[in-house]
Design a protein around this ligand. Structure first.
Ligand SMILES: NC(=O)c1ccc[n+]([C@@H]2O[C@H](COP(=O)([O-])OP(=O)(O)OC[C@H]3O[C@@H](n4cnc5c(N)ncnc54)[C@H](OP(=O)(O)O)[C@@H]3O)[C@@H](O)[C@H]2O)c1
Length: 357
């Protein structure tokens, strides 16, 4: 059976039993500015059949990420399955390296089922007290981004004062929790709502949080960190990056993680007006891609898992139930509706193979 696009909206079509059909999300048009559900379609097809050397995986948890918005401009092929980090259970294997029942991490996301090779998957280790979803949040690429940013790029030392933008998101909450455990000094964050600010100060360990929509970032940051900062963990770029350059002390560091303030922008990119400060204060600015630091994964487990098990680290996740909500979850994340890592969970995933969440 060839794939059947739904009406072009992002709403889930009525399907027969999920065990007999698969659903895949396709991008149908390039957005100019903010994407809408109309840029996606759910496509129904027969359940794929694994060939020799592959296995069929029933996906259980999906990650939707800001970089997907960047990929929508050119990298995602139109009318083709999208990609993304996903956890699923092997349900039909034609390769001894993929055992039926095993939970694997792979990148063939935005679909209910995927046919994978062993090379495309990683069997995730299971830790008592760590639900499966944690492998897409604090124990996954999100936590690894925060950990690498703090340990390899910022080279955080005890007592140093940090500013973290998009502090209530996946990377921002992980950065706050890890920095606190690593002995950071004053932790200042920015976010887009009072409720998220309260979570950051009440639960995550931030000392002060401002609403980046409530005024000029330079003034808000100067008020929140009157004595300056040593490090800036930059998830957003633009005006907040400019504010951080002004607030950094001499020899401070900027860790460029992402630029979400610009991903939906249709105008010219924000022009930083205080670049001379980088020279005058001997600041260092460095970006990185977490994909270059996969070898740090076991170190992340060793650091985080005991704190998860003792309860010193809580999970910051917004879980959306049902594959049919994946597009809305993605768009909601871009609008700032998530608190912590946004994760989509399949109906019935909680009971899957000891999923624990
Ligand atoms: N370098 C790497 O390898 C790597 C890996 C993972 C992620 N990243 C980057 O890290 C950043 C955070 O990613 P994440 O997965 O943790 O996403 P996230 O922070 O969980 O979600 C995005 C958040 O960005 C904020 N936001 C949206 N529009 C904004 C704007 N115009 N100005 C300021 N904030 C805005 C929203 O929160 P508010 O309510 O606070 O506005 C939203 O919740 C992104 O830039 C992403 O591209 C980089």
């Amino acid at each position: 059976m060839s794939p059947t696009p739904s009406s072009g909206s992002a709403f889930l079509p009525t399907v027969a039993a999920m065990t007999e059909t698969a659903l895949t999300v396709h991008q149908t048009a390039r957005p100019h500015g903010f994407p809408t559900p109309g840029h996606f379609a759910f496509v129904e097809s027969a359940l794929p059949v694994p060939g020799p050397g592959t296995a069929l995986v029933e996906n259980l948890y999906w990650s939707v990420d800001p970089y997907h918005r960047e990929m929508m401009d050119a990298d995602f092929a139109l009318h083709a399955p999208l990609e993304g980090r996903t956890l699923g259970r092997v349900v039909d294997s034609r390769d001894p390296a993929l055992r039926e029942g095993e939970i694997v991490l792979h990148r063939l996301g935005w679909r209910t089922h995927a046919v994978v090779t062993p090379e495309q998957t990683r069997v995730i280790p299971r830790f008592d007290g760590a639900p499966l979803s944690a492998h897409l949040s604090i124990l996954g690429g999100t936590g690894l981004t925060a950990y690498v940013g703090l340990t390899r790029i910022a080279e955080l030392r005890e007592g140093q004062d940090l500013f973290v933008s998009a502090a209530a998101g996946g990377v921002g909450t992980a950065t706050g929790r890890l920095a606190r455990l690593m002995g950071a000094g004053r932790l200042v964050g920015s976010t887009g709502s009072a409720a998220k600010a309260a979570h950051l100060t009440g639960q995550v360990g931030y000392d002060e949080v401002f609403d980046h929509r409530s005024g000029p970032s330079a003034e808000l940051l100067a008020r929140a960190a009157p004595d300056g900062i040593d490090l800036y963990m930059d998830n957003v770029g633009g005006e907040q990056l400019e504010a951080a350059i002004s607030s950094l002390r001499p020899y401070g560091r900027i860790v460029r993680i992402g630029t979400i303030s610009q991903y939906n922008s249709t105008g010219t990119p924000y022009a930083l007006r205080n670049l001379p400060d980088i020279v005058e204060k001997s600041l260092r600015m460095e970006g990185f891609l977490v994909s270059d630091y996969r070898d740090v994964q076991d170190e992340l487990y060793a650091f985080v898992v005991p704190h998860l098990q003792s309860g010193r680290i809580g999970l910051d996740e917004t879980v959306v139930d049902g594959f049919g909500g994946i597009v809305d979850a993605f768009l909601g994340m871009l609008r700032g509706e998530n608190q912590g890592k946004i994760i989509v969970r399949a109906a019935g995933a909680a009971g899957a193979a000891g999923a624990g969440a």
